[in-house]
Each structure stands twice: as structure tokens, then as C-alpha cells.
Design a protein around this ligand. Structure first.
Ligand code: G3H
Length: 490
């Protein structure tokens, strides 16, 4: 087990003395005749005191924009981030393995998450070079020449989610950093130890206080930080509820900028003339990759009444072929769930739907075996059921039958969320009609393919409760900076 004591404040790796939190893998092994979750180690439960030290260090390094890091030339900051990336790559397998053990994410996908993160950093560096070049001289009006300079915003509090604890965290941390901001980073409640191998690299590659990493409970650490009013940017990926709590703790809302990627309830809409094989394949992957624990997962599927029976039959047949197993096994899709409370929550959603007329249509759907949760396909789901509205973030798939395409349109228009939608059909007029009605509701309309964030250079955003600001490379660079125009009279 990795009993981590270290944390990073003001360029110094410190050793925590106080309480610690044990970390268990969702993976179970047999011990004394019973199955128990593998103990992976522990991390320190830091307090308000250390959190304030981290914030003071970040504020001192920023020094109201006059610090070494915010004043540094862009190419020098790029060099520091490049050095960090090399060091990060040296630690690849330590990070990937811990990511797999902590979250239960299949090994191949954990590796993909790592590689994708490195690629994202490289893309960010390239985008910054272009952005920097774009800020060349231009004429504001006759006799006045302008030049745009992009500057940082201050101290950024970065917090990522447990489902993509590396990638999603770094898609805010890296652009914030490279634009000259200073950082306080607190990992999510699950996916903490995987950051340990990178602590030294952060210390070596950036000036004192530019990156500070704290561990512990949100209430004891980041809550008090927000209350000081000294956090300039909240970069948070997680639930809307947590984002709202954090934002409400800041005493000066007008001084806080937020970059948020939050919840979603992305629907799939399967139209009568859809290619069924493709629709089933995409809906299956879209709803159940990494056990449905993706903000971009399809979380409700609307199927036209004419094809509902064939769709469900095929869906159940294909679902049966998905391999369940340990995350390191080849070709595995369904793996143990890392959140202890998730199986109980999903069971409640299923019971609620069953009590109102839906059925679990696949054999053993919803069966629990330790940390495994066998995916459940629920049909017919309607608006009286909780799973129609709530973001389940797990392997339960509600299927709704519709006659008139206005029904799923109304669902999306009235939803609290607005991230993406997937349309499955072959009638181009019908698809075009839907696209026209949905472009003002979501931020990405996928046709005949599942919802997804990637490629990461794409804008990643959402309407309503799904997001605030836009991520993904160039957009993220803009999100963590502000333009200043230098206007000179000739
Ligand atoms: O949880 C949200 C992730 O950004 C989803 O990314 O669509 O590539 O799995 P993905």
C-alpha cells in the first residue's frame, strides 16, 4: 500500500502528521474466505491550516500579477510545462496503474486517459504559440495601433472528478498554469494516489508557490478557501450541487470567475429509419462505457414505437456480449464501481421505476455482487420515474418509447441540462429538422454516433446546469486569461 504523507506547498514537499484517509480499490480479492476490497494506501486529511498555507503560497507567487510566474515570457512558461510533461511521461505506468486500481477503469482506458492528457498538454502548448502570434499589431483606427496581450487572472482553485481524475483535472490545471495563473489543486475524493508520482515533477518544474497540492475533505480545505474571497477562479469538474456550494461560499461573487464542467443527461433519439445495428452499438457504448460513469454518457434513450421491440431485443443481446471482469483483463467493459454508495442509489432508481410500471428487461439486470453492478436496462420509462430526470452516472439505462418526435424535443427543452444529444436516423430531412430544433438546446449534436467529449481540441461546454465557460485547448486558454489591449497613438 502507498501510505502517502506528502503534499506540496510553496515549492516544498511537506510531510503530514495528522489524520489520514484509507484508500480502497473497488477491486475485491479473497481474504480469509471472504471477498474484501484491496487496500491501496492512504492520503493525509489536511486541515484549514494547510489549505490556507497553500493559498497564501499561491497568492505570494502571483503577487497581484507582479510575481515571477505571471510576469514570465510565454516561451519560458511553455518550457516549464514541457519539462513537466517529460517528467510526467517517465511516471506513466505508476500513474496508469494507480488510476486503474483507484477507479476500476479498464487498464487500456486508463492508459488512454494518460496518453490523451499528454496529447492535450502538447496541443495546449501549440495553441498557445498560435494565440500568442495572433496578438500581433493591428490598426484600431487611423493613427492608433493596437496590440492584444493576454494575461492571467490570479489564484485558481482546481478540482477534478473521480471518473477522469487525471485528464479532466489537467484540462483545467494546465491551461490555467501556462497562462500565468498560480494554482491550488485538490484531487477528487476518488483518484488521489495516482497524483503522488507527479508531486516531485510539479516541485521541480515550476517556481515556488506556483502549484500547491493539498489533500483532504472539501469541507475542511476548499470550503474555507472559498470563504476568504481570495480565490480568483474556480475550476471545477463534478456535480452542479458541489459547484453551487463552492461558489456560494465566495463572499464577492463578482470577483470570482468560474470554469465548470458539470452534470448532463444526454439523450439518444432513435428514429424509425435508423440503422438498428449501428444505433444499438453506439447506444450501448455511449451508455455503458466505463459503466456509464462519464458526464458525456447517454443517460436516457428515446426509441420510436415502431422499432422499440427490435431495438430492445438487440440491445439486450449485445449487452450480454460485453465482458465483465477485472480492470486489467483484456477487452473488459463492465468493471467494479468505485463509489460505495452507487449500487444502493441505482437500486433505488430501479425500484422506483419498477413501482411505476417499468421492467428490467435484461437477465440479472441490477444484480449486485460486491462492487459489481450488472447493468440494468429499464423499459418503458416515463416522466413519473426518477430515472427519467436524474443523472444516474452509472450502469442503469432508461429507455423511453415515443410516437411523435416532439416528445424527446420537449424533454430536452425542459431539461435542466444541455450538454449533448445523439440522433440515430437515415432520413436526412428528419435529421435536419431535429438539428434545427436542438442546436439552441445543447452544445453538440451527434448524428449516428454516441456523445463524447473528444477530440479534446473541440470546444467542450454545455448550457443550463451542465457547464459554465468552455474547455478544450484554445477555449481553455481563453477561459483562464483576460485580454488587455495596448493602444498606441502613432
Ligand atoms: O466525464 C466527462 C468526460 O469529459 C467525458 O469524456 O466523452 O471522452 O469519455 P469522454
Amino acid at each position: 500500500p502507498l501510505h502517502q504523507k506528502e503534499y506540496l506547498i510553496n515549492g516544498e514537499i511537506k510531510h503530514a502528521e495528522g489524520a489520514t484517509q484509507k484508500v480502497f480499490s473497488p477491486v475485491c480479492i479473497e481474504k480469509d474466505g471472504t471477498l474484501t476490497q484491496v487496500e491501496l494506501g492512504s492520503f493525509p486529511l489536511l486541515t484549514e491550516k494547510e489549505a490556507f498555507e497553500a493559498m497564501d503560497a499561491a497568492a505570494n507567487a502571483y503577487k497581484n500579477g507582479t510575481g515571477e510566474w505571471p510576469m514570465m515570457q510565454v516561451d519560458q512558461r511553455i518550457k516549464a510545462v514541457e519539462k513537466f510533461t517529460w517528467k510526467m511521461k517517465e511516471k506513466k505506468w505508476e500513474v496508469v496503474n494507480m488510476l486503474m486500481w483507484e477507479t476500476g477503469k479498464p487498464l487500456k482506458d486508463s492508459e488512454k486517459e494518460f496518453d490523451r492528457t499528454v496529447e492535450y498538454i502538447n496541443d495546449t502548448i501549440n495553441a498557445l504559440k498560435i494565440l500568442d502570434r495572433k496578438s500581433s499589431r493591428f490598426e484600431i483606427e487611423q493613427g492608433i495601433i493596437g496590440k492584444v496581450r493576454r494575461g492571467p487572472l490570479g489564484v485558481v482553485l482546481c478540482m477534478g472528478p473521480y471518473n477522469y481524475p487525471l485528464n479532466e483535472t489537467f484540462t483545467t490545471l494546465i491551461p490555467a498554469l501556462i497562462m500565468g495563473n498560480t494554482i491550488v489543486f485538490k484531487p477528487a475524493k476518488i483518484g488521489v494516489l495516482l497524483h503522488r508520482p507527479l508531486l516531485e515533477a510539479f516541485r521541480e518544474c515550476f517556481p515556488k508557490g506556483v502549484v500547491n497540492i493539498v489533500y483532504g475533505r472539501g469541507r475542511a480545505t476548499v470550503g474555507p478557501l472559498m470563504s476568504t474571497g481570495k480565490i480568483d477562479v474556480l475550476a471545477f469538474i463534478g456535480t452542479s450541487k458541489s459547484a453551487n456550494v463552492l461558489k456560494s461560499q465566495h463572499p464577492k461573487p463578482n470577483r470570482l470567475r468560474s470554469v465548470l464542467a458539470l452534470e448532463a443527461k444526454n439523450p439518444g433519439i432513435v428514429l424509425p429509419h435508423a440503422d438498428l445495428d449501428n444505433a444499438v452499438k453506439e447506444c450501448l457504448l455511449g451508455s455503458l462505457s466505463f459503466n456509464g460513469q462519464r458526464c458525456t454518457a447517454l443517460k436516457i434513450i428515446f426509441v420510436h414505437n415502431k422499432i422499440k421491440d427490435q431495438f430492445i431485443q438487440k440491445f439486450v443481446t449485445e449487452l450480454d456480449k460485453l465482458k465483465r471482469g477485472m480492470p486489467w483483463e483484456d477487452g473488459v467493459s463492465i468493471t467494479p464501481l468505485p463509489e460505495p454508495e452507487k449500487p444502493g442509489y441505482l437500486t433505488d432508481l430501479i425500484k422506483d421505476a419498477e413501482s411505476k410500471g417499468a421492467k428490467v428487461v435484461n437477465p440479472n439486470g441490477g444484480a449486485i455482487c460486491n462492487t459489481y453492478f450488472n447493468p440494468a436496462i429499464l423499459f418503458p420509462v416515463d416522466s413519473s420515474m426518477k430515472i427519467f430526470h436524474e443523472e444516474q452516472f452509472g450502469p442503469a439505462v432508461p429507455v423511453v418509447a415515443f410516437d411523435d418526435v416532439q416528445e424527446p424535443i420537449d424533454y430536452i427543452v425542459n431539461s435542466n441540462y444541455g450538454q449533448q444529444v445523439s440522433l440515430f436516423g437515415s432520413d436526412s430531412q428528419e435529421l435536419a429538422y431535429l438539428v434545427d430544433r436542438l442546436v439552441n438546446q445543447v452544445c453538440r449534436v451527434n448524428i449516428n454516433s454516441q456523445c463524447q467529449r473528444g477530440p479534446d481540441v473541440f470546444p467542450f461546454n454545455g448550457r443550463k446546469d451542465s457547464a459554465e465557460g468552455t474547455l478544450s485547448v484554445e477555449d481553455a486558454l481563453r477561459a483562464f486569461s483576460i485580454r488587455t489591449i495596448v493602444a498606441a497613438k502613432e
